[in-house]
Structures are given as structure tokens and as C-alpha cells.
Design a protein around this ligand. Structure first.
Ligand SMILES: [Zn+2]
Length: 321
């Protein structure tokens, strides 16, 4: 029986797990995903939580140096089945380091993507988008189905911008990476309505077209799907670094943990995007507006954007422009 004189109970791993499960129910995750508590004693005390996109040696070292008791990550450390967590393996080393340091690990991935507010709300906020709605709502009847939830967000920019302007703007408002932001489509195209989706967004090109937005910003876009999408009259595309599209959510996650549990939080700004070097080709100095972009990406006369050409995938010589 509790009284008003009872001192506050220390926050435990189980408390953080429960709070995250309320905000991002694990049943909202995709079937293929692996979310929830990865390791850590539920009864262990948590004073400080480190929020990261990726669990890699660098972010683990950062969390340990900062005295974190728990890491909440976006990407699963162990997505596919493993038969060993030996410390001689990359991921096994991480598992060992965390357990030895008594640091718990929790993952909120596609369940945080689909939540409202979720990963793409934080991304949309960087652009000041208003009138937000999901890019791809969950299937009716699925556990995540509900008003406002879904993958990606669509909203109106505070003011219309050309695609060229928006690309520069995106590079300025997103966390800095070597990759930066590249765009596909007519640089002079006016963009009023923008769709954004944190992480790999290939799968939602069709949803962006169906939504009738002017542009779609995501990451990990590929030559053939992007070229075919533009040739079919789809929205202009902005391809940012994967980490940069998900990093904004960490602020939202940390704020929620502080507000609900009173724990201290660390938001990792370590850029874990794999790309570390970027060089603009000298031809990129050519004013983009002078390029002819019928479908958008100007794939060149020999390329048929409608032809998936799997044999040629990634083997095409570089083209000018
Ligand atoms: Zn991701």
C-alpha cells in the first residue's frame, strides 16, 4: 500500500520498456522486424538513456563513456537469426560489451515509424510541414491501424520552393552528412506539398505518386525505381542520407523518456551513415536548370527508364551530368 510519504521508486529497465511499449506498441512493428528489449536485466536501475539510430561500436562507446544505463536504438542489432554471439564477431562484441557494462539495449523500429508521433513526424518538423497525414496508412484491421498513424508523412511547406531550392534547404535543415541531399526531377519544379519518409523509402514511391505530392524525400533510392517513377510522371525525389532522415526522431524519443520517466537522456549525434566521402563531379557545376529532364533523371539516350535491365544494374558507365 503506498502513501504520500513513499519515496519515488528508481526507474528500472522494465519501466523504460513499459513506457516505450505504450508509445510504440511492439505489435505495430512489421512481421519481419525485431523490436523490443534485446538485452538487459529488467530490474536494473536506469538513470540515463542514450538514444541512437544504430548500435555500432562508436555509439556503444559513446553511451558507455557518458554513463548510460540503457541504449534505445532505432535499427535492430539482431534482425536475422544468429547462432553465436561470440565476442569474436562484430555483433557479438557489442553484445558482450553491453552486458559486461550492465547497459540494456532496446529497439523501436517500424513500430516507431508507424506511430503518431513517429519517426517521420520529427523529419516533417524539420521542414515545418503542416496539415500532416500519413503517406502510407497501415492496412485496415492491422494492429497499427488508427487515425494519424502510418509510414511517412505528407504536409504543406511553409512556402513554395523550387526543387533546387528545396534540395539546398533540405541539406541545411537535416543533420549534416557526407552524403548530403541529391534530387531527381526538374530543378525548377515548384514544390508546395512534400512527402517525407525516414529510412529506406523505395517501397513508397507509388504511395507518393498516388498522394499527388510535388516531391518525396526519403533515403536509399535506386537508379531504376527512381528513373521509372519519374518517367511515369511521379513526384520529384530527394534522396537524403538514411541516418539523417532518422536522427531527428531521437530528440522526440529523448523528450518523451524525460517527460514520462524523469531519466536523463543523451542524443547521439555520431553520424553512423556508412558513406563518409562525397565529391561533386566537376560537371555538377553546370547550371542544373540547363539540363533537359524529360522524366526527371536524364538517364541518357541509351537508357530506357521503363526497362528494368537487371543485367545492366550497377554496371552502367557513368553518364555526364
Ligand atoms: Zn532506418
Amino acid at each position: 500500500m503506498s502513501t504520500t510519504a513513499t519515496p519515488p521508486q528508481p526507474t528500472t529497465v522494465a519501466d523504460v520498456v513499459a513506457a516505450l511499449a505504450r508509445r510504440y506498441p511492439t505489435t505495430w512493428a512489421e512481421d519481419w522486424d525485431r523490436v523490443g528489449l534485446v538485452l538487459g536485466e529488467p530490474t536494473a536501475r536506469v538513470r540515463r538513456v542514450s538514444c541512437v539510430v544504430d548500435v555500432v561500436p562508436e555509439t556503444v562507446a559513446e553511451a558507455l563513456a557518458a554513463g548510460a544505463d540503457m541504449i534505445v536504438a532505432h535499427h535492430p542489432l539482431l534482425l536475422r537469426g544468429v547462432s553465436s554471439v561470440a565476442p569474436t564477431t562484430f555483433k557479438g562484441r557489442i553484445v558482450h560489451d553491453l552486458i559486461k557494462a550492465d547497459v540494456a539495449l532496446y529497439v523501436a523500429h517500424t513500430n516507431a515509424d508507424v506511430a503518431d508521433p513517429g519517426v517521420s513526424d520529427a523529419l516533417a518538423a524539420r521542414f515545418g510541414l503542416t496539415g500532416l497525414r500519413p503517406l502510407q496508412p497501415p492496412a485496415p484491421g492491422s494492429p497499427a491501424a488508427g487515425a494519424g498513424r502510418g509510414i511517412g508523412r505528407i504536409g504543406e511547406l511553409p512556402r513554395p520552393m523550387t526543387l533546387a531550392e528545396l534540395t539546398r534547404h533540405a541539406a541545411a535543415v537535416l543533420p549534416a552528412t557526407a552524403w548530403g541531399v541529391r534530387a531527381a526531377g526538374d530543378p525548377g519544379r515548384m514544390v508546395r506539398t512534400l512527402a517525407v519518409s525516414g529510412g529506406s523509402g523505395d517501397a513508397f514511391l507509388g504511395a507518393a505518386t498516388a498522394a499527388g505530392v510535388d516531391a518525396y524525400l526519403t533515403s536509399d533510392l535506386r537508379h531504376h525505381p527512381a528513373g521509372e517513377h519519374l518517367a511515369a510522371g511521379g513526384p520529384a525525389l530527394l534522396d537524403a542520407a538514411h541516418w539523417a532522415t532518422e536522427r531527428p526522431w531521437l530528440d522526440d524519443l529523448a523528450a518523451a523518456l524525460r517527460a514520462e520517466l524523469g531519466v536523463e537522456t543523451i542524443v547521439s549525434d555520431l553520424d553512423t551513415d556508412p558513406w563518409t566521402v562525397h565529391a561533386a563531379a566537376p560537371t555538377a557545376a553546370t547550371p542544373a536548370a540547363t539540363r533537359t529532364v524529360p522524366g526527371g533523371t536524364a538517364p541518357g539516350p541509351a537508357a530506357d527508364p521503363a526497362d528494368p535491365a537487371p543485367a545492366a544494374d550497377d554496371k552502367e558507365p557513368r553518364r555526364e551530368g
